[in-house]
Write a protein that binds this ligand. Sequence first.
Ligand SMILES: *[C@@H]1O[C@H](CO)[C@@H](O)[C@H](O)[C@H]1NC(C)=O
Ligand SMILES: *[C@@H]1O[C@H](CO)[C@@H](O)[C@H](O)[C@H]1NC(C)=O
Ligand SMILES: *[C@@H]1O[C@H](CO)[C@@H](O)[C@H](O)[C@H]1NC(C)=O
Ligand SMILES: *[C@@H]1O[C@H](CO)[C@@H](O)[C@H](O)[C@H]1NC(C)=O
Ligand SMILES: *[C@@H]1O[C@H](CO)[C@@H](O)[C@H](O)[C@H]1NC(C)=O
Length: 290
Amino acid sequence: MTMRVSIAVLLVVLTIPCLLHGADAVRRPTSKPLFPAIFSFGDSYADTGNFVRLISSVPFGNPPYGETFFRHPTGRASNGRLVVDFVAAAVSLPFLSPYLAEGQNFSTGANFAVIGATALDLAYYQQQNITTVPPFNTSLSVQLGWFDQIKPSLCNATTTRGCDDDDYLGKSLFFMGEFGGNDYVFLLAANKSVAQTKTYVPAIVKAIGDGVERLIQHGARRIVVPGNVPMGCLPIILTLYASPDPSDYDRYGCLHEFNGLARYHNEQLRMQVQALRIRHPHTAIAFADY
Ligand SMILES: *[C@@H]1O[C@H](CO)[C@@H](O)[C@H](O)[C@H]1NC(C)=O
Ligand SMILES: *[C@@H]1O[C@H](CO)[C@@H](O)[C@H](O)[C@H]1NC(C)=O
Ligand SMILES: *[C@@H]1O[C@H](CO)[C@@H](O)[C@H](O)[C@H]1NC(C)=O
Ligand SMILES: *[C@@H]1O[C@H](CO)[C@@H](O)[C@H](O)[C@H]1NC(C)=O
Ligand SMILES: *[C@@H]1O[C@H](CO)[C@@H](O)[C@H](O)[C@H]1NC(C)=O
């Protein structure tokens, strides 16, 4: 229910430019896709099969992953579908092909998200001697590099579709995130306090904002920027940072210090999105609140 409502809100926000330009009216999804394509960047909340192709023998390639909807493991860190799957279905597009799957046709979109991906680069963490970040090199900027690689095949002078001709990228839907959750988990694993971890929020939020800027330079005009989930309610956080002091928990049984970290990230990210909107008034940029 909540998910349906949020998707409806996102679609309303992102189709406003259509109305302003007198193009397709906003309707309930029909067989005609509302967007020509969806391009998704992020981590395990969005990965539809990249990580399992990068690293074999991870749990995500085995049951019970995938058992309730696809009836087989797909590489999603879920037993069913992800938000991006529900969004694709809601706008009458096929599920997004993972970038690392071979022989895919990305004309209706591609998914660059990777389980465990960080907003900040691996090299940055290595320079800071933070060794808890796994050496997979799948950060936000690496994912944007993958997009650079497939862009010529999506729209170029030799295909019927040029990037500017029918504004294919301008009409497509982009998801920049969720990012940041893994950065915080790895920083905490490196024994940084929540207060120390908070000092990384501006750099992480800036990396997400820079990613949005790069998409806009590519021609993106409809971009969703998801925030962080209430971290203090995540089973992994509740397990690793269990406290004997009841006052560390809120009335829902979540660790409020960690929720404070996620809330701070989301406040900063909202401000970043607001600044991006002012700088790019012809681009619809939506903060999506989990
Ligand atoms: C990819 O799929 C689209 C739509 O189904 C089609 O028009 C296009 O020719 C395909 N491209 C390739 C390279 O197969
Ligand atoms: C990660 O990949 C990028 C792009 O392929 C490369 O430029 C960078 O050096 C790599 N970083 C590390 C730490 O291996
Ligand atoms: C990382 O470790 C190296 C070698 O121990 C040290 O020279 C360097 O100053 C450290 N860097 C930071 C940012 O702590
Ligand atoms: C243009 O797109 C076609 C079809 O996907 C592809 O085969 C070709 O390599 C692309 N051209 C360039 C210059 O990238
Ligand atoms: C964090 O602290 C624990 C307990 O003191 C220690 O066992 C662990 O090695 C530390 N981890 C790192 C990455 O420093």
